[in-house]
Design a protein around this ligand. Structure first.
Ligand SMILES: C[S@@+](CC[C@H](N)C(=O)[O-])C[C@H]1O[C@@H](n2cnc3c(N)ncnc32)[C@H](O)[C@@H]1O
Length: 173
């Protein structure tokens, strides 16, 4: 099912509408522009977040996932969308130090363990990196790894999704 949707330009565009407002909010939160290099951890087989970041801002995006099947499907999806000039899909675990320099990282709600991912991003990205995480709604919080407890995030923006109610920004760390 996911494979079929991923290779359809029209279906991906339709489904991605659910994420338009979310991603616009995160672009505002982290002030993402075309000159930023963006890392999206936990892109999944249909990498809506990576696609919309690249489409809305023109930024270069590394979409990574630690599941090889998700990576294979995501690569087909990006190619079907003719976005492979801006988006590269890599099999990578967000806990490991990322080999390339990035300005912004966006972490999927389902990515885990979040504290280890944040620590790794801070170690690699240094003081300048802007790091965005999605915070689960309290009703479904038991289904997801909780937000890192340290350091404290700087800013947040409300989100109207069934599974998460805000995105938070860790910056100037
Ligand atoms: C279901 S996807 C959701 C992404 C959504 N399609 C988007 O565009 O934001 C979440 C993905 O996170 C991946 N994931 C979970 N923990 C991870 C980690 N530590 N590093 C990389 N990927 C991870 C899972 O394999 C899964 O494919």
């Amino acid at each position: 099912m996911e494979k079929k949707i991923a290779s359809s330009r029209v279906l991906v565009s339709l489904y991605s509408r659910i994420y338009h407002e979310v991603v616009h909010n995160e672009i505002k939160l982290a002030a993402i522009t075309a000159s930023d290099r963006v890392l999206n951890i936990g892109c999944g087989g249909i990498p809506f977040t990576a696609l919309l970041i690249a489409k809305f801002t023109g930024a270069r995006v590394w979409a990574v996932d630690n599941d090889q099947n998700a990576v294979n499907v995501a690569r087909k999806c990006i190619a079907a969308q003719n976005m492979d000039n801006l988006i590269s899909v890599l099999n990578y675990d967000g806990r490991d130090p990322f080999p390339y320099d990035f300005d912004v990282a966006l972490v999927a709600l389902q990515a885990e363990p979040k504290q280890e991912i944040l620590d790794s991003l801070i170690a690699k990205g240094g003081n300048e990196a802007r790091l965005v995480f999605r915070s689960p709604r309290s009703e479904v919080a038991h289904q997801y790894d909780r937000l890192p407890s340290r350091p404290l995030f700087n800013r947040r923006i409300d989100q109207k999704q069934a599974t998460f109610d805000c995105s938070v920004l860790y910056a100037n760390l």
